[in-house]
Design a protein around this ligand. Structure first.
Ligand code: IMP
Ligand code: MG
Length: 180
């Protein structure tokens, strides 16, 4: 385990099992449909890459890069869209793939932004959910694990751009971000 972590929450095996479960649900719900999967960079990259390889319907790749966090561990509440491919969503099924639903600021702003493009459907898929932190009225249509209010890293999730490469998800020692 990485020395900056307090404990591991989900091992690589547990994550892979959960990804397969989410994909099985998507395979039922989107049977016979085509779907644009939007990767919310950078945090959802590993989840996105694993998920798309488990689905059995045609997927178009898209991505968006947003930030609502500075280098600290609290959401700023305002969404900055740093990259938007502008792919047409008119009449298409869109699935937003995100690492974690926390306050909900990022995804509610992003949903409002995408809804203007008139998709046929738009749904949210989040690997992690911290319901106790929610500030907006938003829920994921598909979610992996509910977690307590602790700052987690690994499998795409970062603290100041670090720890994304870890194959598991763990709780960051509070002293790591309190010293910054
Ligand atoms: P929200 O706007 O507060 O819902 O925050 C969503 C974004 O905050 C996610 O896409 C993550 O990038 C980041 N985030 C929230 N909680 C954590 C965490 O525990 N670890 C790492 N990033 C987090
Ligand atoms: Mg993110």
């Amino acid at each position: 385990m990485n020395k900056d972590l307090k404990n591991i929450l989900f091992t690589q095996e547990e994550i892979q099992k959960k990804v397969k479960e989410i994909a099985a649900q998507l395979n039922e719900d989107y049977k016979g449909e085509e779907v644009i999967f939007v990767c919310v960079l950078k945090g959802s990259l590993p989840f996105y890459a694993d998920l798309v390889r488990e689905v059995k319907f045609p997927v178009t790749f898209d991505m968006v890069c947003v930030s609502s966090y500075g280098s600290n561990s609290e959401s700023s509440g305002t969404l900055k869209i740093k990259l938007d491919s502008g792919v047409p969503f008119e009449g298409k099924n869109v699935l937003i793939v995100e690492d974690i639903l926390d306050t909900g600021n990022t995804l509610s702003n992003l949903l409002a932004h995408f809804a203007k493009r008139n998709p046929k459907s738009i749904k949210l898929c989040c690997l992690l959910d911290k319901p106790s932190r929610r500030l907006r009225d938003i829920e994921a249509d598909y979610k992996g694990f509910e977690i307590p209010d602790e700052f987690v890293v690994g499998y795409g999730l970062d603290y100041a751009e670090k720890y994304r490469e870890l194959p598991y998800i763990g709780v960051l020692k509070p002293e790591v971000y309190q010293n910054n």
